[in-house]
Ligand binder design. Structure first.
Ligand SMILES: Nc1nc2c(ncn2[C@@H]2O[C@H](COP(=O)(O)OP(=O)(O)OP(=O)(O)O)[C@@H](O)[C@H]2O)c(=O)[nH]1
Ligand SMILES: [Mg+2]
Length: 418
């Protein structure tokens, strides 16, 4: 169907932190050199960037998984691991990013705006950091923070002050071309416009953005035709110009077109309440004058401006009214962003029973166990603290584990101590 995509899934992973190194200084004739293991580098962030050159989310249909670089491990001679590069994901202006609970975590509202969506994992400290007068040969280092994959959805909601809505082929793109420098494709068939076109109108010293929304048809709000996806773009406009082919050049009745589109707007979240004026287009064609009278009757309070995109007539009155209305209307809505609340530590483990044994399993567990030196008291203390902080202790308790019960993590078994 359409090459137009205004919704797409996105899987992201910030870079993991590199591990700290365990290493001791070695030199000829020098005995018992001190610890010199360097820290791991930090993982790269996932950064979102709003770019006005992009207009669809199509790219993300082809590739939806992106990971930033991991930090490198530390090494001897206190050498710190290289940090991972940030990964910059460019998104069209107006893209709204949601997490899997549906919360908006980013609203890419303005061109050039950037946001760190996921932070890279911190690198772990090397053993050089753990040397103290009483502990001269620390035999452990800390692992870097392991990051996980996170799922998001992208939704493109065009941002413009004014949206042109109406049936296909009524002349929405022609009007945009007549009043802005935008050059959208114009052709005599339905759904010529597949992605919203944006233009800037300057009228009597006032500038505002105008978007040409792809054509709506009957039952668009229920997914018929291509209309449903496009209604999303209307959400953030302050004012709608409802374009009607008042000449009825395609054999439909302009009055029933007008009612039909308003009904679709109503069914899609009451968009019919959005301030609206009507552009009765194609006034240059026969039959337009008679229909205009009927359309005005049907529109009631809503003002109807006769125009012709072909002849370039009627726009002074239409735009004058738009400017006047915009000066009184509230600014466009910018969504409130919830914090991404991504906790990268030891997430995604679970506690299962194997007979009398409580088994803690998950992607980070093996790594956690591997990074602990069980012969070292400090390292054990850190392990305890990590179990506490990451919720493993709570989870064990919730699963019914009691003092003295056996817990297994990877190839390690120990007694549960609260
Ligand atoms: N005679 C006349 N033809 C017009 C006028 N405005 C647009 N047209 C013609 O109507 C056809 C459709 O125009 P578009 O501007 O592409 O219409 P649209 O509403 O953007 O159509 P979709 O993108 O398909 O929804 C083209 O052949 C235009 O040349 C007008 O004022 N008078
Ligand atoms: Mg068009």
């Amino acid at each position: 169907m359409a090459s137009f995509v205004d919704r797409a899934p996105l899987r992201l992973k910030a870079g993991s932190g590199g591990d700290g190194a365990v290493s001791f200084h070695r030199e000829k004739f020098v005995q018992n050199g001190g610890p010199d293991g360097g820290d791991g580098g930090n993982g790269g962030n996932i950064v979102l960037l709003a770019d006005h050159n992009l207009h669809t989310l199509l790219d993300f249909r082809f590739k939806s998984k992106y990971a930033a670089e991991n930090g490198e491990n530390g090494s001897s001679a206190r050498r710190r691991g290289k940090s991972g590069e940030d990964l910059i994901i460019k998104l069209p202006v107006g893209t709204v990013v949601r997490d899997m609970e549906g919360r908006i975590v980013a609203d890419m509202y303005a061109d050039g705006e950037s946001k760190v969506l996921l932070h890279g994992g911190r690198g772990g400290h090397g053993n050089a950091r753990f040397a103290t007068p009483t502990r001269q040969a620390p035999n452990f280092a800390k692992p870097g923070l392991r990051t996980q994959w996170h799922d998001f959805t992208l939704e493109l909601k065009t941002i413009a002050d004014v949206g042109l809505v109406g049936y296909p082929n009524v002349g929405k793109s022609s009007i945009l071309a007549a009043v802005t420098a935008a050059r959208p494709r114009i052709a005599n068939y339905h759904f010529t416009t597949m992605t919203p076109n944006l233009g800037i109108v300057s009228h009597r010293g006032v500038s505002f953005g105008m978007a040409d929304i792809p054509g709506l048809i009957e039952n668009a709000s229920e997914g018929a035709g291509l209309g449903f996806a496009f209604l999303r773009h209307v959400e953030r406009t302050r004012l709608l110009i409802h374009v009607v082919d008042v000449s009825g050049s395609e054999g439909r009745d302009p009055v029933s077109d007008y009612r039909q589109i308003n009904e679709e707007l109503r069914r899609y979240g009451q968009l019919d309440r959005r301030p609206q004026i009507v552009a009765a287009n194609k006034m240059d064609l026969p039959g337009a004058e008679d229909n205009l009278v009927r359309l005005r009757e049907a529109a009631g309070e809503t003002q109807v401006f006769p125009v012709s995109a072909a002849a370039g007539t009627g726009f002074d009155g239409l735009l004058g009214r738009v400017v006047e209305m915009l000066s009184r209307l509230p600014m466009q809505e910018r969504y409130e962003e919830a914090p991404a609340e991504v906790e990268e530590s030891i997430r995604g483990f679970e506690v299962n029973r194997d007979g009398d044994v409580y088994v803690v399993e998950g992607p980070s567990i093996e790594h956690l166990i591997a990074s602990v030196n069980f012969d070292d008291h400090e390292s054990l203390l850190w392990f305890q603290a990590t179990m506490q902080k990451s919720g493993i202790i709570d989870a064990l308790r919730a699963a019914g584990a009691q003092e003295g019960d056996t817990v297994r993590m990877d190839d390690l078994e120990f007694d549960f101590v609260e």
